[in-house]
Structures are given as C-alpha cells and as structure tokens.
Design a protein around this ligand. Structure first.
Ligand code: SD4
Length: 339
C-alpha cells in the first residue's frame, strides 16, 4: 500500500493520479469516492465531505456539507467574516451542481451564513438557476435561513478602514508569492499565505459514480457594489457533467468568466484530456487572450473525472488544492503553474 510520502513522490512525478485511477478500477463494482477542493482550507472542508462519501452518501450532500465548514469558519475570507465591498457590505456568491445537471446559484446575498445551502434550495425549490441580491435574501428568509447581524468581523472592519484611506481599486488577487497577499486589498492580519483566499470550490465523485460540485465566496475584497465574479456562475466558477467529470475555479473571476473556464475544462476532459492537462489548457487560453493581464493575476482550476483521476493548474506559483480519498488520506497538492 502506498503511504502519503511515497504518494507525494509519485505525485511530483505526475503519477499520483495514475496510481489512483488503477486503484479505482481495482475496486470491484462501485466507484472509489474522492473529493478535492481549492486552497488549504480545503483540508477541513474535505473531512466533512468525506464523512458523507465514505458512507456511500451522495456527492451533492458531500460538496454542500464540505464548503459549509469553510463558510462558517472565522479564520477564513469565505463567508460573513470576510472583507466587504467598497460600500462596506459583505456580499456572498455561491453555486452548486448535481449529477443530473441541475444547478442553483445566489449572487451578492447579504447577512446569510450559508449561501451554498440557499443555492441548493434555488436549485431544488424554484424553477430558476440564479437569484441575486435582495431577492436571494428574501428567498433565503422564506426558506427559514436566519438573518445574521449586519456587522463586519473585527478583522474585516480593520482591513476596510485601512483600505478606505486610499480607496485604491486595483484588482490583484491571490498572488501569494508576490508578498502582497491580496495585492492592494491584502488585510495585513491575513497576509500569511494560507488564509488569504475568498473562495472554496469543491468537486466530488461518490460511490455510485456520480459527480457534483460547489463553489462559495465573498468575492473580491473591496469590490464595486454589485460586482459578481465567476463563483456563482455555472460554467465559470463551477461545472459538472456526470458523463465526464467536474471542475471548479478560483482567482480573478473576470478572467475565468471570459473563457467559461470550468465548462472549458470539462469539455477538454470530454475530448480525452486528463484533469491536470485540461486545467492547463484552460489556463493557457487565459494567457493567450491577454498575456500581460494573465502575468499580473492568479487563476487556478481543479478537476476530477469519472475514473477518480484529479488534477489542477494555475497561472502563478502559490495555488494549492486539497485531495481526499480516505480517512487518513487528505493532503495538499501544489498546483503546477504557467509562469
Ligand atoms: C471571484 N473567484 O470573486 C473569486 C475570488 C477568489 O479566492 O477565487 N478568491 O472572482
């Protein structure tokens, strides 16, 4: 049996997912579940998802429960503790997609702790895919979600006051190796590499061989009021096709939207590309469109296919993702990068 160290060695040779797919094929009949998610916060989120997957639960339940951990965490920029928009309001975006291609999404929702669960209700209880702003909040309240206080966390309050001094609007996001954290938006207390992200995206394969995904974010700190990124947009921040696999994205959402990033990754997998190669091709598309902009920004994709193979790729060094397929097999992988 492969231990974590030797797995990581295989991984660095690009053989980790190959080993894993053989393992999947070897499990008689059913599929061997796997969940992957963006950034280091994904480790804790994966644990919650794995608890469901290992008991033969549905991948949709796993990806919802997984990212709820991150939404509720006070140590993370996802959720109500995150940085506000320019006008001082925390606005959250999320979307979810199941194995049947059903999907739901909320954009710019305020004072609701678990936007991912509201997105799921939009999917399951309305004839629509997206609800935004006041309407999304109204729907959440009607569904029994509590209205949280209109209050910034202490950290966000401090960062917002700091940002107001210059009010500089220059979206640079998630470039950890630049030493700027979130660039000009970096809250000093979070400028430590692992905690300076606004988003978690998660995709999972369950024991029945079904794939689902979720994505939830506070968006870009100090964004224009009303700005939506890629995270609540199906085909941009998240896409699932149960014939092929699933992908999710993080980083500067505008660049992901312009190439319909996760839809592209899934379509590339349909054409036969392995998850990492499909993510790489999507990153290359971003670079090809605008080299100068790509060089200044971060975008990362992660993906799984129906065989349980996984992979990720990003623009800049510094993006990692968490991979889990066992009670004690939950580890971070540094994504390969273009620049
Ligand atoms: C957005 N993609 O709103 C998100 C931001 C992000 O870690 O991924 N931050 O554009």
């Amino acid at each position: 049996m492969l231990n974590r160290k030797s797995f990581l060695q295989l991984s660095s040779l690009g053989l980790g997912s190959l080993y894993f797919s053989k393992l999947s094929a070897a499990t008689s009949g059913g599929f061997k579940p796997i969940v992957i998610s963006t950034w280091a916060e994904g480790i804790n989120a994966n644990k919650a998802a794995w608890d469901i997957l290992k008991n033969k639960g549905r991948s949709l339940d796993a990806v919802e429960a997984g990212v709820m951990v991150t939404e509720a965490s006070q140590n993370c920029c996802v959720g109500l503790g995150a940085n506000p928009d320019r006008d001082g309001f925390v606005t959250l975006d999320a979307c979810i997609m199941d194995e049947h291609g059903n999907c739901g999404s909320v954009g710019a929702i305020e004072r609701i702790k678990h936007p991912i669960s509201v997105a799921r209700r939009v999917m399951e209880k309305t004839p629509h895919v997206m609800l935004v702003g006041e309407g999304a909040q109204k729907f959440a309240l009607a569904e029994g979600f509590p209205l949280e206080p209109q209050k910034l966390s202490d950290d966000a309050e401090r960062s917002y006051k700091e940002w107001l001094k210059k009010s500089e609007y220059k979206p640079v996001i998630n470039i950890e190796n630049s030493g700027q954290g979130h660039g000009p938006f970096a809250p000093s207390h979070l400028d430590n590499g692992d905690l300076n992200h606004d988003t978690i995206g998660m995709v999972a394969l369950d024991a029945m061989g079904n794939v689902s995904g979720s994505c939830t974010t506070s968006g870009m700190g100090f964004k224009m009021r009303g700005r939506l990124g890629d995270s609540p947009i199906i085909g941009a921040g998240l896409f699932v096709d149960n014939e092929v696999g699933a992908a999710t994205a993080t980083g500067l959402g505008e660049e992901v939207i312009k190439i319909c990033g996760t839809h592209l990754v899934v379509e590339l997998m349909r054409q036969g590309y392995k998850p990492e190669d499909a993510c790489k091709k999507a990153v290359e598309r971003i670079v090809k469109k605008d080299y100068a902009k790509a060089k200044e920004n971060q975008v990362g994709f992660i993906a799984i296919n129906k065989k349980g193979e996984y992979g990720g790729f990003c623009l800049q060094k510094g993006f990692n993702f968490a991979v889990c397929y066992g009670d004690t097999t939950n580890f971070l992988v540094d994504a390969k990068h273009y620049f």
